[in-house]
Design a protein around this ligand. Structure first.
Ligand SMILES: [Zn+2]
Ligand SMILES: [Zn+2]
Length: 244
């Protein structure tokens, strides 16, 4: 069946009318090529081709590597905030498209580097939200991203294996250490999930990576259940203080 042409719509960033949700001019301007740390996805200009940057030392991430599509800075921050708080679910496929492109670019680069051998992802899992948060927002933004990204990459995705029982702590106002304490023990794997992750390399999907407390806690849980490896796929990475 021939594909119907997309109807024109305003670019999500500059509002110019065109045939894709984000125009090429905006993508070139706001998504510059950034060299990122292979471990934590912080923007980083390496003097030597080491894998991990200085931000990875304290504390060292619990996941094996992170891939980020964007920096968590304007104008993306505004779009992601609206997506996160349930006001604009239609952004999901567009933003997931950016994440899928970043993962594919990294996989293509990784294919030439022996240190990435054995890192192929078997299963995609979104960072879960509590039932209370789900009611507030109407959807789990990480789940929407995970579903569209996994579909584009032809990978299995399950959004009911990781759970977040109980009340969700409000993390926004906490510093890095407080976040780690507040989040400890917040997540669980279902019995089926425990079976499903054993011996697998898991990609955890989230919208934003800032301190890494959430992804670290989930990575620990997955490893305890016997996961072979954990990748973090995030739409946006908060750059380290003083970057640029
Ligand atoms: Zn534009
Ligand atoms: Zn790093």
């Amino acid at each position: 069946m021939p594909r119907l042409p997309r109807l024109p719509s305003p670019c999500l960033l500059c509002q110019r009318w065109q045939h894709q949700p984000l125009c090429d001019t905006c993508l070139r301007r706001w998504r510059p090529e950034v060299h990122r740390c292979g471990r934590c996805a912080s923007p980083w200009r390496p003097a030597l081709p080491h894998l991990a940057c200085p931000h990875c030392e304290d504390p060292c991430p619990e996941f094996d590597r992170a891939i980020a599509a964007l920096d968590y800075v304007p104008p993306w921050r505004h779009l992601i905030t609206r997506f996160k708080f349930g006001q604009w679910p239609a952004l999901g496929p567009v933003l997931a498209g950016l994440l899928g492109e970043a993962v594919q670019a990294r996989q293509a680069a990784a294919a030439t580097q022996p240190m990435n051998a054995g890192m192929a992802v078997d299963l995609v899992l979104p960072v879960p939200v509590s039932a209370e948060r789900l009611r507030e927002r109407g959807y789990n933004q990480a789940g929407v991203l995970a579903r569209h990204t996994a579909r584009a990459l032809h990978l299995p995705m399950r959004d009911n294996l990781l759970v977040r029982p109980g009340q969700a702590a409000r993390l926004a106002t906490l510093d890095a250490t407080e976040r780690r304490l507040a989040i400890r023990g917040s997540f669980a794997l279902t019995a089926e999930g425990t079976q499903a992750v054993r011996g697998r390399h898991i990609a955890l999907v989230d919208d934003v990576l800032t301190t890494g407390a959430t992804l670290d806690e989930l990575s620990r849980l997955l490893r305890q259940a016997g996961a072979r490896g954990v990748s973090a796929w995030v739409l946006a990475r908060t750059p380290p203080p003083g970057w640029r």
